[in-house]
Design a protein around this ligand. Structure first.
Ligand SMILES: [Zn+2]
Length: 504
């Protein structure tokens, strides 16, 4: 049988539009950002093509809270179980997206001079006392106790960096709700000179916060979440540059992910602030100047800053017009003082300087909670993910199950996935893709329909012509499946690499 391109088959079979909305949505997957008071955009503005068919299904009663959860359930991304309320279990396809987001940020970190670190999950409460979290955040922290504790009440083990730490005291540990104190300890493990700064520590560790059970919602309100967290230790004269550079990185990341429209909000000094009024005013002034330097309109939320400093939050709007806080950039003059952080100052920038100064900390997260950001992405893309982020990238469909066709299809799968079956070791750094081979012999048309419905970005059909020529036909989703021609598998692999590199 002569194989046909997918677009030809689609025309012959009068395929329905390929995207199958799971629930009625007011606008298409790449729906534009609208302001909170505006009405949803029409899904078919001034087009001479017929409007897409209206989906039959109705949203669940609680759609405003659970749309992303419904989509994720239907497309197999994550689940939640009563054994650990508020802690999502990511399924393999959801984990692919999760890991891709982290891989994407790690690539940006190399560009922006971040160093990734790994720090503990649980800490002695002496640390939280020092950082002020026990005083200000106690009700949101999970306590941890040990069955093998050695109670030595009253005796302090440490001095210097470890001052206040008691040995294995009962019930005196907590799961970390933030990474900052751990990063301060890391900073303190060695001396720093004027020239060492800025020092940028990044960490993707999970964090735990004890949200009340009734408030838990899908991926947006959870107890366990991952932040793309980082702390920049810098000198006073570096604050403006660091904040501006962070805002610029944020702009790049949000554009790549299809969220070019977002709002900045500056939150200022709250009633329970720590530190001096002068430090607060200085910090707020720098943040305002950095925001003025962007081309975006920004708002102000008086009195909503963190207890340790003012912050810039990013608000993203979902398809229903609700605002979600994602990124955050917080300036902190307090924590470095609490941890007695310092750097040596010398006129020529060398160590062993004449005096010590206290650095400033910038807490910053670009996605904020990865889980919450994924919820927004899931609602935005449904099962039509961009190729580089997609959990289902390529589907290979053999026209028949003749042995020579199946053998060629398997070889093609190995080449396109970048993983050769049976090899002893996989080369590090080689780009790999998620490629599935249709092995059920469902018939060509049904296989293609299923692959399209599942949201595969690339569909490759292999018949006798392909086996004879040694080339494969491949179609790519670009708002519809577009025929890309007939190429050798190695050439197609290189095209996939290019698509990924260009964040298509
Ligand atoms: Zn922090």
């Amino acid at each position: 049988m002569k194989s046909l391109s997918l677009s030809t088959i689609a025309r012959q079979r009068h395929f329905r539009p390929l995207r199958r909305p799971i629930f009625p949505l007011p606008s298409p997957p790449n729906r534009p950002f609208t302001t909170s008071n505006s009405t949803p955009q029409s899904s078919n503005p001034a087009s001479d093509t017929p409007p897409p068919p209206q989906p039959q299904r109705q949203p669940p009663k609680n759609a405003n809270k659970t749309l992303h959860h419904a989509i994720a359930t239907e497309t197999g991304l994550y689940t939640t179980l009563p054994y650990s309320p508020g802690s999502p279990f990511f399924l393999p396809h959801g984990t692919r997206i999760f890991n891709r987001l982290i891989e994407f940020l790690r690539a940006q970190y190399t560009l922006h001079g971040y160093q990734e670190v790994v720090t503990p999950m649980i800490y002695n409460d002496a640390l939280w006392e020092k950082s002020g979290h026990l005083e200000n955040f106690r009700d949101d922290m999970f306590k941890v106790s040990s069955a093998k504790r050695k109670v030595q009440k009253g005796s302090e083990d440490g001095e210097g960096l470890n001052a206040g730490v008691r040995s294995e005291e009962e019930g005196k540990y907590s799961l970390k709700p933030m990474n900052c104190p751990g990063h301060c300890l890391l900073y303190k493990t060695r001396g720093h000179s004027y020239a060492d700064l800025p020092l940028r520590f990044a960490e993707f560790a999970p964090l735990h916060r004890d949200e009340i059970r009734s408030a838990l919602t899908g991926l947006t309100r959870v107890r366990r979440f991952h932040q793309d967290d980082a702390h920049i230790f810098c000198r006073g004269d570096q604050i403006f540059t660091e904040i501006s550079s962070t805002l610029s990185m944020l702009e790049t990341v949000y554009h790549a992910l299809g969220f070019p429209d977002y709002k900045f909000v500056l939150s200022t000094r709250p009633e329970n602030y720590m530190g001096s009024l002068e430090d607060w005013e200085k910090a707020e002034e720098v943040l305002k100047r950095s925001l003025d330097n962007t081309s975006r309109v920004w708002g102000i939320d008086e009195g909503d800053g963190a207890f340790y400093g003012p912050k810039i939050d990013v608000l993203l709007q979902d398809w229903q017009g609700r605002q979600h806080q994602t990124a955050t950039i917080q300036l902190d003059f307090q924590l470095p003082q609490k941890f007695e952080l310092s750097y040596d100052v010398a006129p020529d920038g060398t160590t062993g300087g004449v005096s010590k100064e206290t650095p400033v900390i910038i807490h910053r997260a670009i996605f904020g909670s990865l889980e919450r950001f994924m919820a927004l992405l899931i609602e935005k893309y449904e099962n039509r993910w961009p190729f580089w982020l997609s959990p289902r990238q390529v589907k290979i469909i053999p026209v028949t199950n003749k042995p020579e066709i199946i053998t060629f299809a398997k070889r093609t799968r190995d080449i396109l996935s970048g993983v050769k079956t049976g090899e002893r070791i996989q080369a590090m750094g080689k780009r790999t893709f998620f490629v599935d081979l249709e092995e059920r012999n469902l018939g060509l048309n049904k296989s293609i329909r299923e692959a399209k419905s599942a949201g595969y970005n690339v569909i490759v059909v292999i018949g006798e012509d392909e086996v004879r020529s040694g080339k494969v036909r491949w179609d790519v989703w670009e708002r519809e499946y577009v025929k890309k021609g007939m190429d050798g598998a190695e050439e197609v692999y290189q095209k996939l690499v290019q698509m990924e590199a260009e964040y298509q």
